[in-house]
Design a protein around this ligand. Structure first.
Ligand code: 6PG
Length: 264
């Protein structure tokens, strides 16, 4: 299995700049009449990245060639402060020219049992399939302090291996229901990118990146290299407990170009 690419940034701003450059490169590679499909993560980590894209790449990326999906969504209305769609719209989508038909939100307001079926059909009908499952060009993943990713929590780790493309998850503390893609979709992506920043993620980043000894401890441990690449874009705080930091993992401004982000 391919080794993950670990990029460690001095700041969230540098991480956001590197991701923006990477996304721009990938969109520019998309053939005419085709699209780049990306499943976004929710939570707070991506906010800085989405804001950076809105401020600096609104005109640099041809957003009409990007189809936006979500890896998970809280079962709330789209205007609810908990909604990942609302967060993404506030930070990015409302500030770029992306056609409405290119945005495939999960209907958090719908009955979860119905939405989990509808959204799976949306994925089948709008994302190119490889070996019988949708294969996103990019899946963005966050990392919870408990090692969850998307909305697959440690106490429901079996959802990762579901035969379904999507499942209903329940937040272990709040009992909030979520719609989440499963490992069938995550591990079928061409490029999987974990985003993790801040000291609170350092322990799990280290445990998952360095202690991966075949024990599948956390849902995030089950994420394997996509068809092309598995990347970790992390800041220095989140990388603090990594034992071996290779020189080439410490991405500084001078490296922060195509050669610097390592995506295939
Ligand atoms: C969500 C996310 C979830 C998130 C992690 C990290 O809907 O909350 O998809 O998986 O990425 O919980 O959240 P933070 O970025 O807020 O730390």
């Amino acid at each position: 299995m391919k080794k993950p690419i670990i990029n460690i940034y001095k700041s969230t701003e540098e991480l956001a700049g590197s991701f923006a450059e990477l996304l721009c490169d990938k969109v520019n590679e998309v053939p005419n009449e085709s699209f780049l499909t990306i499943a976004l993560s929710g939570g707070s980590t991506p906010k800085a990245i989405f804001k950076f894209l809105a401020e600096n790449y609104a005109d640099k990326i041809n957003w009409s060639k990007v189809k936006v999906f979500w890896g998970d969504e809280r079962c709330v209305a789209p205007d609810d402060s908990e909604s990942n769609y609302k967060m993404t719209t506030d930070c990015l989508l409302s500030k770029i020219s992306i056609p409405a038909e290119n945005v495939f939100r999960i209907y958090g307001e719908a009955k979860p049992a119905e939405e989990v079926i509808r959204y799976a059909d949306v994925l089948r009908n709008n994302v190119v399939s490889i070996i019988g499952a949708p294969s996103f060009d990019i899946v963005l993943l966050g990392l919870g302090e408990d090692g969850h990713t998307a909305s697959i929590f440690p106490n429901q780790i079996e959802l990762f291996g579901s035969e379904n493309l999507c499942e209903i998850a329940v937040h272990p503390q709040t009992a909030q229901r979520r719609i989440t893609i499963t490992g069938k979709v995550i591990n079928n992506a061409k490029n999987i990118i974990f985003l993790a920043t801040g000291k609170s993620k350092a322990e799990k980043v280290s445990e998952i990146i360095e202690h991966k000894t075949g024990e599948e401890l956390f849902p995030a441990s089950l994420v394997e290299a996509g068809v092309d690449a598995l990347m970790w874009l992390i800041d220095a705080d989140a990388a603090a407990l990594l034992k071996e930091k290779q020189e080439d993992q410490l991405i500084s401004d001078k490296l922060n170009g195509a050669a610097g982000n390592g995506l295939n």
